[in-house]
Design a protein around this ligand. Sequence first.
Ligand SMILES: Cc1cc2nc3c(=O)[nH]c(=O)nc-3n(C[C@H](O)[C@H](O)[C@H](O)COP(=O)(O)OP(=O)(O)OC[C@H]3O[C@@H](n4cnc5c(N)ncnc54)[C@H](O)[C@@H]3O)c2cc1C
Length: 382
Amino acid sequence: MDFGFTDEQELFRKTVRQFSEREVRPQYADRERPDYDLPAFLQRMAELGLLGLRAPVEYGGVNTSYVNVGIATEELSRSDYNVGTLIVSSVISTEVLSLHATDRVKEEWLPDMVSGRRHVALALTEPHSGSDAAALTTRAVRDGDQYVITGEKSSTSQVDADACIVFVRTGQGPGARGVSAILVPLDTPGVGTSRFTDLGMKLSRRGALHLDGVRVPAHNLVGREGQGFYTVMNQFDYTRAVIAIQCVATAMQSVEETIEYVKARTAFGQPIARYEGVSFPIAEALATLEAARLLCYKALWLRDVKLPHAKEAAMAKWLGPKLAVEAIHQMLLLHGHAGYSGDYPHGQRLRDVIGHQIGDGTGEIMKLIIARETLGREFRPR
Ligand SMILES: Cc1cc2nc3c(=O)[nH]c(=O)nc-3n(C[C@H](O)[C@H](O)[C@H](O)COP(=O)(O)OP(=O)(O)OC[C@H]3O[C@@H](n4cnc5c(N)ncnc54)[C@H](O)[C@@H]3O)c2cc1C
């Protein structure tokens, strides 16, 4: 066994860390503002190749390993949780289009996505189908060389993106069969959007997408008709581990800052670090976060070597956000009243990380996946 990164991976980590510390960390609070210039920041990420991690070289991507996606996400999330989210949405959308879109769509969209000129979101969740995503009702009807789409997507990150991979029902039957994925440019007539006021993850600019008789070319179909659900669920298998790394990295940053704080802060005549009531929560956070981190990298490594990893990724996605929320909360408390103020980033981190106890599948759904992968599909709840 080998738990170390290669020299090449260490060099990659160092490069991303330098960018993260110099250019990402100082603006963590600023990026919450609704008027933050996200397109300019995406261009900067693109200059470093960070928006093409899983895109083919022929479209300007770097097509790196899944472990490297984890390394980039970890380093960026230490400075700003939301920049980690940008990596996740970028790898999902570029990889789904590279693997399943028509050549025309790939040529039209991938170079712009990789260079930060255009951003593509993903819309699955609807007002009456979240965890039970396959119950979606948004419908696409074929009309000549177009699809006509009508429905509502109730929870879409980057709802102000340039386009969205929208999940629609093209077939008759219920459930996952009959669900297709179609790329919808968001400037198409009939598309309306509204933004939510979220507790955290504000750079995700989540909102609702309204589709009223929206006509898109048939070649915008992503993958085969009726196979859209399976096409993208395969991506979610590993991005769950990437999201978990995001959470763990953010929490680890809080722990490291807290270690410095408790050594300097005194109470009852000595540094509070001397009290076990202070040092033990830090020890617990270090142990639990490191365990979750290793699970994340194991899932990504399994993906790299083409072995099954749905169970490990679901384990990571359940544990990562949960342990991160607990750790950041505890680190905030160890700062006393100061931790509750906006002068420290722990509160913002806590608000951000809670988002992924829900987004991309809740802890309960992760446990259903772990059980399904272990006990067998015949023991799924009906
Ligand atoms: C920050 C954020 C970003 C998001 N971004 C996107 C996006 O870009 N695109 C997109 O399509 N969606 C997005 N979502 C939506 C997200 O994927 C859904 O919120 C999530 O899948 C849960 O669905 P729901 O909110 O409808 O909750 P529900 O499915 O209504 O669940 C409510 C509660 O019931 C529990 N529950 C449901 N079924 C079961 C069961 N069988 N057993 C046990 N418990 C169960 C859940 O765990 C949860 O606690 C985002 C959400 C958040 C918070």
